[in-house]
Design a protein around this ligand. Structure first.
Ligand SMILES: Cc1cc2nc3c(=O)[nH]c(=O)nc-3n(C[C@H](O)[C@H](O)[C@H](O)COP(=O)(O)O)c2cc1C
Length: 168
C-alpha cells in the first residue's frame, strides 16, 4: 500500500501527528509525508500511484484555516510551518483519482472544547472530488493554540494509522 500523508501545521502539533502516522503506514509500504504548501507547488493533480491519502490540519475558527486565521497564528508563534497556503486552498484545485481511499484528521484544543472540525470539512471535500472514506474523520487534542500535543496523542495517532491498513 502506497500512502501519502499531507499536513498543514502552524506550530508543529499536526506535523508531529502526520509524521507518526506516516511512520506506522511506512511499515506496510512506501509512504511520503509532505507539507501542504510544498505539495501544492508540485501541481494540482495527485499521483495515480497513491493508494491511501491521509490529510491533517489544525482547526482554526471552527473549521479549516483561512489566510486571516493563519496570519493570526503568526502572532502566537512565528515563523509558522505552513506559511504559504492551507488545506482549504489546496483542495480548491485538487484532482484525485476516483475511488482513492482517504482519511482525515485535525487538531484542536482540549479545553475549552469548542465545536467545529477541519477533518470533517476536508473529508467532505475529498469525497466530493471522488475519494472514498477509509475511516471517519478523527480529532486529536492540543494544549492551547501552540502548547503542543496532549500526552498520549502521538500513540493514539499511531494506533489510528494502524486501522487504515487493510487486513490481508
Ligand atoms: C487563529 C486560530 C484559531 C483557532 N481556532 C480554534 C477553534 O476554533 N477551535 C479549536 O479547538 N482550536 C482552535 N485553535 C487552536 C488550534 O487548533 C491549534 O493551534 C492547533 O491545533 C495547533 O496545531 P499546529 O501546531 O499543527 O498548528 C485556533 C488557533 C488559531 C491560531
Amino acid at each position: 500500500m502506497r500512502s501519502l500523508v499531507v499536513y498543514e501545521s502552524m506550530s508543529g502539533a499536526t506535523k508531529a501527528l502526520a509524521e507518526e502516522i506516516a511512520q506506522r503506514l511506512g511499515e506496510v509500504g512506501p509512504v511520503r509525508v509532505v507539507e501542504v504548501g510544498a505539495l501544492a507547488a508540485e501541481g494540482p493533480v495527485l499521483g495515480a500511484d497513491v493508494d491511501l491519502l491521509v490529510v491533517g490540519a489544525p482547526v482554526h475558527a471552527f473549521g479549516m484555516s483561512r489566510a486571516s486565521t493563519r496570519l493570526e497564528a503568526t502572532k502566537e508563534k512565528s515563523p509558522v510551518i505552513s506559511a504559504t497556503i492551507g488545506v482549504r486552498e489546496w483542495l480548491e484545485d485538487l484532482t484525485i483519482k476516483s475511488g482513492l481511499r482517504c482519511a482525515t484528521f485535525d487538531t484542536k484544543v482540549l479545553t475549552p472544547r469548542l465545536p467545529g472540525s477541519a477533518a470533517k470539512a476536508i473529508d467532505k471535500n475529498l469525497r466530493s472530488a471522488g475519494a472514498v472514506r477509509a475511516c471517519p474523520p478523527r480529532t486529536f487534542s492540543v494544549n492551547g493554540k501552540s502548547g503542543g500535543l496532549v500526552d498520549g496523542e502521538l500513540s493514539a495517532a499511531r494506533a489510528w494509522a494502524g486501522t487504515l491498513i487493510p487486513s490481508s
